[in-house]
Design a protein around this ligand. Sequence first.
Ligand code: AMP
Ligand code: ZN
Length: 461
Amino acid sequence: MTIRLYDTAAREKRVFEPQDPTRVTMYVCGPTVYNYAHIGNARPPIVFDVLRRLLMATYGEEAVVYARNITDIEDKIIQASLESGEPIEAITQKFAAIYNADTAALNVLAPSIEPWATAHVGDMIEMIGKLVRKGYAYVGSEGVWFSVKSMADYGKLSGRKLEDNEAGARVTVDADKRDPADFALWKFAKAGEPDDAIWDSPWGRGRPGWHIECSAMAAKHLGKTIDIHGGGIDLQFPHHENEIAQSECAHGQQMARYWMHNGFLDMGGEKMSKSLGNVVLVHDLLERWHGEVLRFAMLSGHYRAPLDWTEDLLKQAKTTLDRIYGALRRVWEAEGGTAADRGVRRALEDDLNTPVALAELSRLASDANLAADRKDAEAMASARANLVAAGKLLGLLTLSPKQWEQGGDDDGNARIDALVQARIDARAAKDWAEADRIRDALAAEGIEIMDGSSGSTWRRI
Ligand code: AMP
Ligand code: ZN
């Protein structure tokens, strides 16, 4: 029952203990909604969805409160609006809907709370006011800045020292800031910026910085100290470092008890990213592959390690899932068993070890095949229950084997059922030529007939 998680802040695996087991809180930084998500962007929602499922299995479905925000105020969105002439809201509504549909197709459960930045500007202003009053922030001519030197342990999450930042040429020196590492809490509006990206504040018209959005929304919905905060490793610095600075200075208490970061998804040895131009969109992948194939491929690597995204990885994921669903089909009618196997659960409890969990899932599929070979009804019922329960933890095997193998619509499937039956009749009448003709015609459509001891079934390949 012990869950161990690697805490980026502590730099080690720690036993997970929530503040309150009846309300376990998680916050994961969500998408900036101005274009399609690439498959690298899907790694955090999938990984933290597995963690959420494990926590739900441990503490109860209702006990886990999972917030994933929508960043609908951000420079890139403003840029997109200026370029296309479309109002900001039209852009953000459209791409948030696409994001939610695409992640749902990856079997990612909808978050319990989905806060939008635009609905929380008042909370952000209140928090910035607190930071100014307490002496952690100051007003310049371009905006309100957080003063990193005012916080004794600034940099503790990433382990960066302020001197490191100053030495690096990447931080542009800005006359408006007292220290090059100071960051914007509020940015004053500039000429030419659209009205729908401008709000009033006690310091002047403008918009919040990205970091304060998450600090304010996490506190509002989950409390001043949350259990788990997650995101991609690129967010560790500066985004999460700055969230900690704002939240801990405003509230005087720890922001998150566990910090978790997923590694990068790479392609051809490079991080998949819009700026490198090597992105594959989730939306496009879903045209070619079932969401469970993409999810299986994503979980085939450990979440903290880099994962190389290749066509081969997808093919392998599809083959393995076909095999597992094939085993599930053989025990599908054996209902009423209890799930007692803990292999998948144990693997996930060890810092979400999904490669081991998927190997355990394959082992359960072998158990199902053995039970079916032996025609052992009791073993078949346990195997079915174990596979379905393990699938639920991983967000896999959510279809019936028939749906997985046959897909398609009811009318199309009824036509194929009729052809398969016609072939059975032809064989019974020893009309081998007709039986072969039907098999070949179906094969040409990408349909494989599988003859077994209990009759013939078919699948799309
Ligand atoms: P962005 O749209 O760049 O703000 O990214 C949204 C989320 O996806 C963040 O949590 C990032 O850390 C994460 N992310 C972006 N690119 C990758 C990648 N190649 N691999 C894994 N995670 C990524
Ligand atoms: Zn965030």
